[in-house]
Write a protein that binds this ligand. Structure first.
Ligand SMILES: Nc1nc2c(c(=O)[nH]1)N[C@H]1C(S)=C(S)[C@@H](COP(=O)(O)OP(=O)(O)OC[C@H]3O[C@@H](n4cnc5c(N)ncnc54)[C@H](O)[C@@H]3O)O[C@H]1N2
Ligand code: MOO
Length: 396
């Protein structure tokens, strides 16, 4: 088996995937934009609030008319939210006004209804507490002005962003097109959750692991399926995957066994299969099928996920317009050992003061990976580290 360093394999993967993952922009409805990455700076088309309005249910007045209280004012009309209301407040009068209704010119304060009582007659109000100019008045544009930057390109859209865009009346947004990924898992031993396990079988878990990893990095999973170790079945799945996706991820079937369906099908198509100097994730494959790059990860669950983090995540994030995940340098809280000549990605958990090992090196330790929140990146020439040393970690 040929061998490569992690850096060399990452370069080869990038050379094949980058053309397939050229960033593109598309317009989507604001109602469908949750989680998408904004592709361009967006400026406000209008002032928000778009007109001066009341912050309270009460009475719009000229503040000077309620400087001395109690005072009784005639009420000229009622303005509900959604109606235009009168253009002007007659001097010496009040307008009954609801929250969100436009304030007439000449009114510069709102007296909440609880600070008033009915005046003599139906069309009068007695104000018991004075208000100064501007109180309970929401000015036009006091949130944002037409032409202000609302949000810069690169932001991942959340509910509060979408609320803002809807509030300024936008119905569509420019977003990065999501890279389309197909995820194929392989293994005759695999059974979908919810079914009984027969002897020798295990539950399939790499499919959801890779699909969820893609989704959480803003890629779209267009196909998620599973093949037994059967070349014809895998070939058929691959055909569907390359027809639908920009990139195909496979898991399993790449190593040295008798039933390595991924390697057996892809090697004759010109695929590279070999060993990368890392653990977990040693056996790897890389092929182009019908113009679509196929990135083959080893089947051990931790190996699959670590391979995704190291080789696929940076490229998918770049295509999706997301900032790269940055490594951090933290204090190692206990000693560790690592095999010579392999870059080791150990599972760790950040705690007060540094990082502690969360798991042994075994690439079948799925629950331990779930407890971890970082990968501890041990360089290939390092075989031991002591508590107190600084180590590089990658957030999961
Ligand atoms: N003689 C050698 N044997 C192995 C080597 C080697 O260099 N020489 N490498 C080992 C390493 S390291 C890894 S990693 C695995 C990778 O093997 P494959 O990619 O061929 O993976 P499989 O054999 O298909 O599966 C490995 C393991 O993971 C389980 N698995 C597979 N797919 C799933 C899935 N979708 N969900 C849950 N679990 C899965 C599978 O049942 C196996 O236990 O090879 C070593 N062997
Ligand atoms: O490299 Mo394997 O991925 O150690 O378990």
């Amino acid at each position: 088996m040929t061998r490569r360093s992690v850096e060399d394999h990452a370069r080869e993967v990038a050379a094949l995937l980058e053309p397939a993952l050229t960033p593109r922009t598309e317009a989507v409805a604001v109602t469908a934009a949750l989680g998408r990455v904004l592709a361009a700076d967006v400026w406000s088309p209008l002032d928000l609030p778009p007109f001066r309005n009341s912050q309270m249910d009460g009475f719009a007045v000229a503040a000077e008319t309620v400087r001395t209280v109690p005072v009784t004012l005639p009420v000229s009309t009622t303005v509900a939210a959604g109606s235009a209301g009168p253009d002007r407040l007659e001097p010496g009068t009040a307008v009954r006004i609801m929250t969100g209704a436009p304030l007439p010119d000449g009114a510069d304060a709102v007296v909440p209804v609880e600070d008033t009582s009915p005046g003599d007659g139906a069309d009068a109000v007695t104000v018991h507490r004075g208000r100064v100019s501007g109180e309970f008045v929401r000015d036009r544009g006091d949130d944002v002005h037409a032409g202000d930057l609302l949000l810069a390109a690169g932001a991942r859209l959340t509910a509060r962003h979408l609320s803002m865009f809807a509030a300024v009346g936008m119905s569509e947004l420019p977003v990065r097109r999501r890279p389309r990924v197909a995820v194929l898992t392989t293994g005759t031993e695999l059974v979908a959750a919810g079914n009984p396990l027969r002897p020798g079988q295990i539950y399939e878990s790499n499919g959801i692991a890779l699909a969820a990893s893609c989704e959480s990095n803003s890629a779209e999973v267009v196909l998620l399926d599973r093949s037994p170790d059967d070349s014809d079945r895998f070939r058929e799945l691959l055909r569907r995957a390359t027809a639908a996706a920009d990139v195909v991820l496979t898991s399993g079937g790449v190593s040295m066994g008798d039933f390595e369906v991924v390697r057996e099908v892809l090697t004759p198509l010109g695929g590279w299969f070999g060993h990368v100097g890392m653990q977990p994730g040693g056996p790897q494959g890389l092929t182009v099928v019908d113009g679509v790059p196929v990135l083959s990860f080893p089947g051990n669950p931790v190996s699959t996920l670590v391979s995704f983090e190291v080789f696929a995540r940076p490229l998918l994030r770049r295509a999706a317009g997301l900032a790269p995940v940055a490594a951090d340098s933290v204090t190692l809280l206990g000693p560790l050992t690592s095999p010579a000549g392999r870059r080791q990605f150990l599972r760790g958990r950040l705690v007060d003061g540094g990082v502690r090992l969360e798991s042994g090196p075994g690439s079948h330790l799925i629950a331990a990976l779930a407890r971890a929140d970082v990968l501890i990146d041990v360089p290939e020439d390092v075989t031991t580290m002591e508590a107190g040393e600084n180590v590089q970690v990658w957030p999961l």
